[in-house]
Design a protein around this ligand. Structure first.
Ligand code: FAD
Ligand code: MLT
Ligand code: ZN
Length: 476
């Protein structure tokens, strides 16, 4: 059967409107849709399609399935593993969900909200707050990432310690399957044991099993008080002791526990020179912590201060600064977010996103640092991340003088050292960013044959033609 590109595009235009089928031959700039955030992955497309309703998504997916065109679902394109952009094989279109951004229902008494996939995360946080509720997912890309993307990646971020990953925040889902059928799982129930929990299959599936078009999400009481603190510690052993102590004193009020290494802090200072000095002395590691509750700010600050002073007295913290204003709180959290941006500006960075049992992190890092130095003299590990969740961004920057391209060529060797050691401790090579194209081949080394086979069977059952985001997670 011959494939007529112009006829296909004309059909797509008739389904979702001329202006919503973007093509290069009409002079439209597709670069922000076909290249990933880090600029590592890029591929050609027939078009970028922007449907506005579930029926339009369904019509496009049906057209694609009937004509052998692969569909790459895309939200804010902030993903970090090359899952949201086309590969270099076959005919592909990007299905951009940004126009599917309607609020379907806000049920304040049920503490739920139903939104379409293209709703921007930050806008959802704001919507919830205006109704006196909290939507707790919070991450550096929240100003542009979309709920559909957050679901498809099972996003984590800063408050997993208290509220869990995206997976834990979902009650219902609406999905357009690869054959164009709509799977309506949009229920707002906290208890439902009527068979397999199908929605969980699509959460974290990176767009390979269907297009998420809407979701019903949990809301929580909006805290009336928040307290943030920045502390220095001399070792990761001490950092884990601080976590234990703070959780014991603060209980469920403790919402975030982030780690920043001294080299990571120096990198932020280099690229964001306005970053203030927060502690008098430099330490090996820094902790950024947050607590929140429904009481008054002074009482929460007192509780946080008492808990931190006890850590100081025990000698597990060397110095600490409590934020005493909204502006100071922003300085602390901007510093954490800027680690990612500073690394991107610095270039030559091999990124890792590992998870380990928290108790094992100190020995893992202590063993890994000399091993990397031995293999790559002068290497610059830039470690930070969500220590409270056992998730480290164990990134490795090029030794000074080694250019970015030459360093990227060592990726496989660097990954092998870090990922072998991670998996030996029954850890994960991707705690939050996913597999995409970046870790697709490595997955084969670290998952059992049985686990891979089950994943392939699920993929085949839902997407027998292999047209839904092909080449991501799995090689077919
Ligand atoms: P995209 O990047 O567009 O897509 C990601 C994946 O989801 C792709 O596989 C895509 O095909 C699929 N997808 C998108 N929409 C749909 C849909 N409607 N249906 C089916 N599949 C879909 N991630 C974290 O977990 N924690 C962090 O702390 C964090 N911080 C970040 C900070 C920065 C500065 C940046 C740039 C990224 C960060 N990320 C983080 C990664 C990224 O923001 C998340 O993975 C986010 O959830 C992706 O959302 P998105 O809308 O941009 O999705
Ligand atoms: C973060 O924790 O800041 C994000 O996951 C992005 C990154 O890996 O830098
Ligand atoms: Zn992260």
């Amino acid at each position: 059967m011959t494939f007529e590109v112009q006829a296909w595009l004309a059909e797509a235009r008739s389904l979702i409107g001329d202006a919503n089928v973007l093509t290069e031959d009409r002079g439209e700039d597709l670069s922000s849709f076909v290249k990933d955030w880090r600029g590592k992955f890029q591929g050609p497309v027939l078009a970028v399609l922007r449907p506005a309703t579930t029926a339009e998504v369904q019509a496009i997916v049906r057209l694609a399935a009937g004509t052998g065109v692969a569909v790459v679902p895309q939200g804010g394109n902030t993903g970090l593993c090359g899952a949201s952009v086309p590969t270099n094989t076959g005919r592909q279109v990007v299905l951009q969900l940004g126009r599917m951004n309607k609020l379907r229902e806000l049920d304040v008494r049920n503490n739920t909200v139903t939104v379409e996939a293209g709703y921007i995360l930050q806008q959802l946080q704001e919507l919830a707050a205006s109704a006196g509720r909290l939507f707790p997912l919070s991450l550096g890309a929240e100003g542009s990432c979309q709920i559909g993307g957050n679901l498809a990646t099972n996003a984590g971020g800063m408050q997993v310690l208290r509220y869990g990953n995206m997976r834990d925040l979902v009650l219902g889902l609406e999905v357009v399957l690869p054959n164009g059928e709509v799977l309506d799982l949009l229920r707002a129930l906290r208890k439902d044991n009527t068979g397999y929990d199908l929605k969980q299959l699509f959460i974290g599936s990176e767009g390979t099993l269907g297009v998420i078009t809407a979701a019903t999400l949990k809301l929580f009481p909006l805290p009336t008080a928040e307290a943030s603190a920045f502390a220095g510690v001399n070792s990761l052993e001490d950092a884990v002791s601080v976590l234990e102590a703070m959780r014991a004193s603060m209980g469920d009020r403790f919402t975030a526990f982030e780690l920043i290494s001294h080299p990571a802090l120096l990198l932020v200072r280099r690229y964001f020179p306005e970053t203030p000095r927060l502690l008098e002395e430099d330490c090996s590691w820094y902790l950024l912590m947050k607590a929140a509750d429904g009481g008054d700010e002074a009482a929460l600050n007192d509780a946080m201060q008492t808990a931190l002073m006890a850590c100081l007295e025990q000698g597990i913290i060397c110095d600490v600064a409590l934020a005493s204003s909204v502006a100071q709180t922003k300085v602390l959290w901007d510093l954490r977010e800027n680690v990612t941006h500073a690394q991107q500006m610095d270039g030559g960075n091999i990124k890792h996103d590992i998870a380990l049992p928290i108790s094992r992190i100190p020995t893992f890092v202590e063993g890994m640092l000399p091993e990397l130095e031995k293999a790559f003299p002068g290497v610059r590990p830039i470690i930070y991340g969500h220590l409270g969740d056992g998730n480290l961004h164990f990134n490795v920057s090029a030794p000074n003088g080694v250019d970015s391209k030459a360093w990227q060529a060592r990726t496989e060797a660097v990954n092998k050292i870090i990922h072998d050691a991670t998996v030996a401790l029954r850890g994960s090579i991707s705690a939050e960013h996913g597999v995409g194209q970046l870790k697709r081949e490595e997955l084969l080394q670290y998952k059992t044959a049985v686990e891979m086979e089950v994943m392939h069977r699920i993929k085949k059952a839902l997407d027998p033609q292999g047209l839904m985001n092909p080449g991501k997670v799995l090689s077919t």
